[in-house]
Design a binder for this molecule. Structure first.
Ligand code: NAX
Length: 328
């Protein structure tokens, strides 16, 4: 009999939780391997009641691959024995709230969760989605001593997917014809989506689109500001697309990346592309299909692109400064 895989999701009663859990349970993400979901949310009666409601709906789907559901308000229970921990839960940014205040507000959550992950840790991988995700990932990893920093990721896959859709739309092709898009830096408005190495139907995106002004201006801006545009249109932040990107991340890390392809994730900086060490910054990576990854090396970037990457990494250094007392 195949051993079930245990997957923890925090903030499971929230918007993203409501989209992600069904795709984790359905068999789509882990194939035929049975899944036990370990769902964490706040110790507030209404929140725990809502979480029970989500668990009831999961049961009602009758997924053959769902082997169990545990709902809890205790991170030690949620992370016990997991292979994946998806850290979604955190407070959203309130109106007029500065980014630094959000960082200070959410940072402490990731100390406790880092400690609990350390206790429960087997050979797990952690994906931080809750914002500011790069810096929250740094806090969690730093408070999870003994677990290699390379097992932690912050999610920038949504930004990559947004960039793919923008390029496909401009070139009048399907998303499937776009490849080799990378997101560099922070999951914030400073991120840099690289089109210089992207391909459209196997040809350089720059030669297909032939409009450098659009690529450097509208394209980059649309990707950087897409989160805001969704809030303006929907009145709520992206949820289904964020959940979908997290599923893409897990699936892509679980399988060996096809030759010549890559995907984006914020990883523990090894200094590639002149990124400072000691931060989680987004880079193009490939997976070995066994839980390990490598940063794609040797991409050619213009001085203009390198400047953009420098700026977004400087923002990450400034965020690290804000949370320095939370790091071990
Ligand atoms: P919701 O407010 O709908 O849900 C958040 C859930 O987290 C709530 O159920 C809340 O009770 C729970 N929570 C809060 N603190 C917790 C704690 N200490 N332990 C466990 N649970 C806790 O937000 P949702 O729309 O689901 O978004 C969740 C996070 O994802 C936010 O931080 C959001 O900014 C971030 N996002 C990140 C994205 C990315 O690409 N990295 C994109 C989408 C999204 O903006």
């Amino acid at each position: 009999m195949v051993q079930p895989i245990r997957v923890a999701v925090t903030g499971a009663a929230g918007q993203i939780g409501y989209s992600i859990l069904f795709r984790l349970a359905s068999g789509e993400t882990f194939g035929n391997r049975p899944v036990i979901l370990q769902l964490l949310d706040l110790p507030i009666p209404e929140v725990q009641k809502a979480l029970q409601g989500v668990a009831m709906e999961l049961q009602d789907c009758g997924f053959k691959s769902l082997a169990g559901i545990e709902c809890t308000d205790d991170p030690n229970v949620a992370f016990n024995g997991v292979s994946w921990a998806l850290l979604v839960g955190s407070k959203p940014r309130g109106p007029g709230m500065a980014r630094a205040d959000l960082i200070r507000e959410n940072g402490p959550i990731f100390i406790g969760q880092g400690n609990a992950l350390e206790k429960g840790a087997g050979d797990m991988r952690v994906l931080v989605v809750g914002n500011p995700c790069n810096t929250n990932c740094l806090i969690a990893a730093s408070n999870c001593k003994g677990v290699p920093k390379e097992r932690f990721f912050a999610m920038t896959r949504l930004d990559e997917n947004r960039a793919i859709a923008q390029l496909a739309n401009k070139a009048g092709v399907t998303n499937a014809e776009i490849s080799r898009v990378s997101v560099f830096g922070n999951h914030s408005e400073s991120m840099y989506p690289d089109f210089e190495n992207a391909k459209i139907a196997g040809k350089s995106a720059k030669t297909v689109i032939k409009d450098l002004k659009w690529l450097r201006g509208e394209f980059v801006g649309n990707v950087q500001n897409r989160g805001k545009a969704i809030i303006a249109a929907r009145g709520k932040s992206s949820a289904a697309s964020a959940a979908s990107a997290a599923i893409d991340h897990v699936k892509d890390l679980e399988k060996k990346t096809a030759r010549g392809q890559w995907f984006s994730a914020a990883v523990w900086s090894d200094g590639s592309y002149d990124s400072p060490k000691g931060i989680y910054t987004s880079m193009p990576i490939t997976s070995d299909g066994k839980g390990g990854y490598s940063v794609v090396q040797g991409l050619k970037l213009s001085k203009w692109a390198k400047d953009k990457i420098r700026v977004t990494n400087e923002e990450l250094l400034a965020e690290r400064e804000v949370v320095k007392e939370l790091l071990k």
